[in-house]
Design a protein around this ligand. Structure first.
Ligand SMILES: [Zn+2]
Ligand SMILES: [Zn+2]
Length: 370
């Protein structure tokens, strides 16, 4: 599993207020993989510290090295350095963008956060500044740029920058959000079991050394790189003349100056052009997280169904658990996020849905045998 964990709080609906805290990650075939969840009465410092402590004790361990993605809730911001001092805490651009009323600003902000190129980043920021100086200033005050802009990131997020997996996870628990506590927990649990079963079966169908999703992206990059010219400097060091940029590919360090290889964990189009030329094995250059065996390992363990009430351990102190004190739930968000006007409608620059690079679309390598 990629060393990236996303934490979130989701409000409950209906007569039973509360918040579900969740930690998810993304498995080898790019689906959401739930790690853990907990039900608390609200998001505050105490609960977030407790939740992250559990995550440390039972999942990541004490010498953890990973990227923690969050929505910048102030309780998470204060809890991370305290509980998970080695984690690299980054903010979700999707969430950051919701603060801005102007749809163009929201769109530019996401582009700025996603680009791997620092000049491009400043280009997008300049456009934001031209629309709203206030928005620009508030973005610059968020903190160091490496907290949210991929062009400045220190640790690879292996492509998790582009996808909005939290939404698909939230969609999974939404039907349960209005239920009483026990049904809610049973419902989420049942969803997770189903999810595990279906994705485990998927894994048995992979025919390549990496999972289907990444295999398709490798084919795509190979197809994109087929027309590039290259010059050999040493057996592992090449200059590649790409479509609109000239890159240096280093097979030893598994890097390309376009930064895509390091950011995603599989060879970029420039590297694929070298790999084809040298008749190397492209799969040998992929990170272990996308390998078929890693995927099988992910789903090896079965989630067990909860046992019936009569088998639950007895509480010897026979404490009575009282309901939490009533409080007003802060502005409960809508069930589904309102779609921004420009969302899903790229106005300026079309990006390939497969590799997220601008300037071309998802022409597949699979139908053009190359
Ligand atoms: Zn490249
Ligand atoms: Zn593409």
């Amino acid at each position: 599993m990629r060393p990236i964990i996303r934490v979130d709080g989701t409000f409950l609906k209906g007569r039973y207020p509360g918040v579900v805290l969740t930690a998810i990650t993304i498995e080898g075939n790019n689906h959401v993989y739930p790690i853990t969840f907990a039900l608390v009465c609200k998001e505050n410092n105490e609960y977030w510290e407790w939740f992250l402590k559990k995550l440390k004790d039972h999942v990541v361990g004490h010498d953890h090295q990973f990227v923690l993605l969050s929505d910048r809730h102030k309780s998470i911001i204060q809890a991370v350095p305290k509980i998970l001092p080695n984690a690299c805490h980054m903010y979700c651009a999707q969430h950051m963008s919701l603060k801005y009323g102007n749809a163009k600003v929201r769109w530019l902000l996401k582009e700025a956060a996603n680009t791997l190129n620092q000049n491009e980043f400043w280009g997008f920021m300049l456009q934001i500044w031209a629309i709203s100086e206030k928005a620009y200033n508030s973005l610059m005050q968020i903190g160091p740029l490496n907290k949210w802009a991929s062009a400045f990131q220190e640790k690879s997020r292996f492509g998790i920058i582009y996808t909005n997996h939290v939404e698909s996870w939230n969609r999974m628990i939404i039907p349960e959000r209005q239920m009483p506590v026990t049904s809610l927990l049973e419902g989420i649990h049942a969803n997770i079991i189903r999810h595990h079963r279906d994705y485990r079966v998927d894994g048995e169908k992979f025919k390549t050394p990496v999972t289907k999703w990444w295999h398709e992206l490798i084919l795509h990059n190979a197809w994109r790189g087929r027309t590039f010219t290259r010059e050999k400097f040493s057996p592992t060091l090449w200059t590649v003349y790409g479509e609109n940029k000239t890159c240096m590919v280093d097979l030893n360090t598994r890097s390309c100056t376009c930064k895509w290889w390091e950011a995603m964990g599989i060879p970029c189009e420039h590297a694929m052009s070298v790999i084809r030329e040298t008749k190397s094995d492209p799969y040998a250059f992929c990170v272990v997280y996308y390998k078929r065996e890693t995927y099988a390992e992910t789903y090896k363990e079965q989630w067990r169904p909860t046992r019936g009430k009569d088998e639950w351990p007895q509480d010897r102190a026979s404490r009575r658990i009282l309901p939490p004190l009533p409080f007003k739930q802060a502005g409960r968000p809508k069930k589904k996020r309102k779609k921004g006007k420009l969302e899903g409608v790229p106005v300026q620059l079309r990006r390939c849905s497969r590799c997220k690079a601008p300037g071309h679309n998802k022409e597949t390598a699979s139908n053009s045998k190359s």
